[in-house]
Design a protein around this ligand. Structure first.
Ligand code: HEC
Length: 153
């Protein structure tokens, strides 16, 4: 009799274990991690907007402006740092970040376009770069030019 009871207890225990195993939640943490889809698509949208802005800037950079008699491209290489008439603008974002205390690369480049004499690049002369771009371009066009120059690296 004792043996039968022990056997029943053992069987119940085994059956119980089995059931627990079947019901036990499977480790799903990696599968069910919430994906930050909204954050990702917002970042993608911002990135796409910046790419589009830079593409507009590239067009402006290569356009001839009768008001000044030049395109930016007339005086600046974009694929090297060497001198054309002005300095080559490859890596301009890297070299202008922190060049002036408290001035970001974007602000430095923006100022270099609208007020070229604010910062005269070493080994170059003032008043060579046209001084009237601030009148020629809208703020949005200036943003596009800056966005484009930030991509040159
Ligand atoms: C007639 C030639 C000429 C034209 C056209 C010209 N630049 Fe320049 N640019 C220069 C010279 C020379 C310098 C260096 C002297 C100085 O800092 O002003 C310079 C400097 C710069 C700098 C600073 C570069 C650095 O290494 O710190 C930027 C940015 C710049 N130009 C952007 C532009 C853009 C954008 C345009 C068109 C909207 C343009 N330039 C048109 C001659 C020109």
């Amino acid at each position: 009799m004792k043996k039968i009871i022990v056997l029943i207890v053992v069987m119940l225990a085994v059956a119980g274990c089995g059931r627990r195993n079947i019901d036990a939640p499977t480790p799903t943490s990696s599968v069910f991690q919430p994906t930050p889809t909204q954050a990702v698509s917002a970042a993608d949208a911002a990135q796409a907007q910046l790419v589009a802005l830079a593409a507009d800037g590239e067009v402006l950079f290569n356009t001839f402006y009768a008001e000044v008699g030049f395109a930016c491209e007339t005086c600046h290489f974009v694929d090297q740092e060497g001198m054309k008439i002005g300095p080559g603008l490859l890596n301009v974002s890297d070299r202008s970040e922190g060049l002036i205390d408290g001035v970001s690369a974007e602000d430095y480049v923006h100022a270099s376009i609208v007020n070229p004499n604010d910062y005269i690049v070493e080994d170059y002369t003032a008043n060579l770069m046209p001084q009237t771009y601030g009148d020629i371009f809208t703020e949005e066009e200036l943003d596009a030019l800056v966005a484009y120059l930030m991509t040159l690296q």
